[in-house]
Design a protein around this ligand. Structure first.
Ligand code: PGA
Length: 239
C-alpha cells in the first residue's frame, strides 16, 4: 500500500482531488466509485472548483456510489442520494443518467443489490474507487463482524456506526438501522483505490489497516490484498 502523508485535512482533500482529476483527464469516460461522509467533502468542493475552471470535464464520466441507507427516501436530506446531489452532482457537468446510487426506496433490496452489482460489471468495472474509513474500520457499510460479504448486499449497521452517524440526525433513533452497500469483492475488483483518512478518531482503524494483518474485524484491512491502493492520511490519522 502506498501512503501519502499529509499535514492536515486540506492537504488530504487537495491530493485526493488531484488524483481524481488525473484519472478523469487520462480516461474521460472513466468509472468512478464514490463515498459519502464528512471526509470527502473537501475533495468534492475542489473538484467542483476545477470543473468550474474547465480543468476537469465530467460529461462522459460514470459514477457508482458505495452505499445508501435502507429504507430511506431520496428526498430525505440525510439520504446519500441527497448528499451527493447537494455536495457534488448538482454543481458539475455530469450527465445525470451516468450517476448510480443504491436505491434506498426499493421494496426489493435483494433485487436492487443484484442489479447494482450487474450495472457496475456492465459499465466495465470501477476504474478509481475513492473510500473513506469508519472509526471501526468499515468501508462503505461493510461493518466489522465474523464474516464479510463479497457482493452488493443489504446489511445491518453496528452500534458504533449508528452512534458516529447520529450527529447528522435529530436523534440516534432516527438513524436507519440498515443499508445497501457494495461488498468487499465489489470494492476489491476496482482497478485502483484511494482511501482517505483525517483526524485522531481514525488513527486506530488506520493503524490496523497498516499492520498488514487481515481481519474481518476491520474490513479496511482487506485492502492489503489489492495491488493498487493509496492511503491519503493526515498526521492525526497516522498517529
Ligand atoms: P466520515 O465517515 O468521513 O464522516 O468520517 C467515513 C466512513 O464512515 O466511511
Amino acid at each position: 500500500m502506498r501512503i501519502i502523508r499529509c499535514k492536515n485535512y486540506d492537504e488530504v482533500s487537495e491530493v485526493a482531488a488531484r488524483i481524481v482529476a488525473a484519472q478523469v483527464t487520462m480516461k474521460p469516460d472513466c468509472v468512478l466509485g464514490l463515498p459519502t461522509g464528512s471526509t470527502p467533502l473537501g475533495m468534492y468542493s475542489r473538484l467542483i472548483q476545477k470543473n468550474k475552471e474547465n480543468k476537469i470535464d465530467f460529461s462522459n464520466v460514470t459514477t457508482f456510489n458505495l452505499d445508501e441507507y435502507f429504507p430511506i427516501s431520496r428526498s430525505n436530506n440525510q439520504s446519500y442520494y441527497y448528499f451527493m446531489f447537494e455536495n457534488f452532482f448538482n454543481h458539475i457537468n455530469i450527465n445525470k443518467e451516468n450517476i448510480h446510487i443504491p436505491n434506498g426506496e426499493t421494496t426489493d433490496p435483494e433485487a436492487e443489490c443484484a442489479s447494482y452489482e450487474a450495472a457496475i460489471e456492465a459499465a466495465g468495472g470501477i476504474d478509481l474507487q475513492v473510500l473513506g474509513i469508519g472509526q471501526n474500520g468499515h468501508i462503505g457499510f461493510n461493518e466489522p463482524g465474523d464474516f464479510l460479504e463479497s457482493t452488493t448486499h443489504i446489511t445491518t449497521l453496528t452500534q458504533s456506526t449508528i452512534a458516529a452517524n447520529s450527529r447528522f440526525f435529530e436523534s440516534i433513533d432516527d438513524v436507519p438501522k440498515k443499508a445497501l452497500t457494495s461488498g468487499m469483492g465489489t470494492i476489491l475488483k476496482s482497478k485502483k483505490i484511494i482511501i482517505l483518512a483525517s483526524g485522531k478518531a481514525k488513527s486506530e482503524a488506520v493503524k490496523s489497516l497498516l499492520s498488514g494483518k487481515i481481519t474481518t474485524q476491520n474490513p479496511s484491512t482487506m485492502l492489503n490484498l489489492h495491488k493498487d491502493v493509496t492511503l491519503i492520511a493526515d498526521e492525526d490519522a497516522l498517529l
